[in-house]
Design a protein around this ligand. Structure first.
Ligand SMILES: [Zn+2]
Length: 88
């Protein structure tokens, strides 16, 4: 049985359908939240507040950017605290 010609752009998606996505961490937002990209079809996922993987929509990209900022600020503060307590 011969199938109609497939565009090369569809091959990664077909590969993922057969073998599953090959997600790699592309961004560490916080200790618990990370962003993943499939190395074959470039589909992006992120961890939501329940710890489940969901599709990375522009809304979640925005949420992650805010989370990242809060997380970095906290890290900054805890480092200051440690520095202060080591002095006194
Ligand atoms: Zn994929």
């Amino acid at each position: 049985m011969k199938k109609s010609t497939t565009k090369t752009a569809l091959i990664p998606k077909m590969y993922c359908n057969f073998f599953g996505h090959d997600y790699q961490v592309t961004k560490k937002v916080t200790y618990h939240v990370k962003e993943y990209t499939c190395s074959h079809c470039k589909k992006q996922l992120t961890t939501n507040s329940n710890g489940n993987l969901i599709e990375l929509t522009p809304k979640f990209e925005e949420i992650n950017a805010i989370l990242e900022r809060i997380y970095n600020t906290r890290m900054e503060r805890s480092r200051e605290k440690r520095l202060v307590s080591s002095i006194y």
